[in-house]
Design a protein around this ligand. Structure first.
Ligand code: PSU
Ligand code: MN
Length: 298
């Protein structure tokens, strides 16, 4: 980074803290993600709505409030207006963070896994607003794929219908969050942040309003055993059905259930993959800044 140059920003969501991980692992993760991004030369900006105000970057006490989760609601993109008008406090999920990042001029957003088409969507119609947001905002979302609690083939189909490119980072396979592969192929593979930055700029020349999903498999050592996690997911889904959990509450419920069923392994994997994505998000933001400057000069 040349002198006086601003660090490029990487957006982070806050639902992963409020509804994805238990306290205090979530606060610790907040610190980890910020420092992983800082180490690349970029700077993290965590989004949330605090008492009706959009926050671009959280103070320590605000992260604490979100992580403790009392009187904190989960905000989709569509909830932003009502939350702002009513002075509510909420954690932003991927869809809301895409909307806010775009509004703040941030092009790269690192998360854990995106929401997608839920299993049984043919009867429940439960599809995450994250997919709509990817189609609607020109932001690169760095993820470890879509959560394995979802219907991954249907999620990939929907991304295709919406025209959202899915780019595998150093992989040809779509990762499934807790595992490095899903048996599904990504649209394109890219092996370094520079090429990823080129892909983003070329994509946005063609489709200036459409997002991109970067699928970054979690580190090998932290990947969970495929059979074991599949079994836990089936159990968690059955428990959710038995208890009649649906809608917004479903994803947080399943994540908490998996934490209990795997004795913390799912949370450890989640922390690892989020950090891995934050690092790549930072590298990508730096590469993008470099490329944009090069082009402005040329
Ligand atoms: N990935 C994680 N933990 C999470 C989520 C994703 O590792 O908590 C959150 C994201 O904020 C995502 C949301 O936007 O789950 C999806 O929820 P739903 O399926 O209700 O759209
Ligand atoms: Mn949903």
């Amino acid at each position: 980074m040349s002198q006086g140059q601003q660090r490029p920003h990487v957006a982070l969501e806050s639902t992963i803290y409020a509804f994805g991980l238990p306290y205090p692992r979530n606060v610790e993760l907040g610190w980890k993600l910020a420092s992983a991004i800082h180490a690349t030369g970029a700077e993290a900006k965590t989004f949330a709505v605090i008492k009706g105000n959009i926050r671009v970057g959280l103070h320590d006490d605000e992260l604490e409030t979100i992580a403790r989760g009392d009187d904190v609601i989960k905000l989709n993109a569509a909830d932003l207006g009502p939350a702002m008008a009513k002075g509510l406090t909420g954690a932003t999920c991927v869809s809301a963070t895409c909307a806010l990042a775009h509004g703040a001029g941030i092009q790269v957003f690192a998360t854990g896994g995106i929401g997608g088409v839920h299993r049984d969507a043919e009867s429940t119609f439960d599809e995450s607003q994250d997919l709509w947001a990817l189609a609607r905002y020109p932001v690169a979302v760095v993820s470890a794929g879509a959560k394995a609690i979802l219907d991954l083939p249907k999620t990939m189909e929907r991304l295709e219908s919406y025209g959202v490119p899915v780019i595998g980072y150093q992989t040809d396979d779509m990762p499934a969050f807790y595992t490095r592969t899903s048996g599904l192929k990504v649209n394109h593979r890219v092996d370094d942040p520079q090429m990823l930055a080129r892909v983003l700029l070329a994509h946005w020349r063609m489709h200036p309003g459409v997002g991109i999903l970067v699928a970054n498999p979690l580190p090998k050592d932290d990947a969970l055993d495929e059979g074991a996690i599949q079994k836990a997911i089936d159990q968690a889904l059955k428990a959710a059905a038995d208890e009649g959990i649906s809608g917004k509450a479903l994803t947080p419920y399943l994540l908490a259930k998996l934490d209990a069923l795997t004795g913390g392994d799912s949370v450890a994997a989640n922390v690892s993959l989020a950090e891995n994505n934050a690092r790549l998000g930072g590298e990508l933001a730096m590469a993008l800044q470099g490329l944009q400057e090069e082009r402005n000069r040329g």
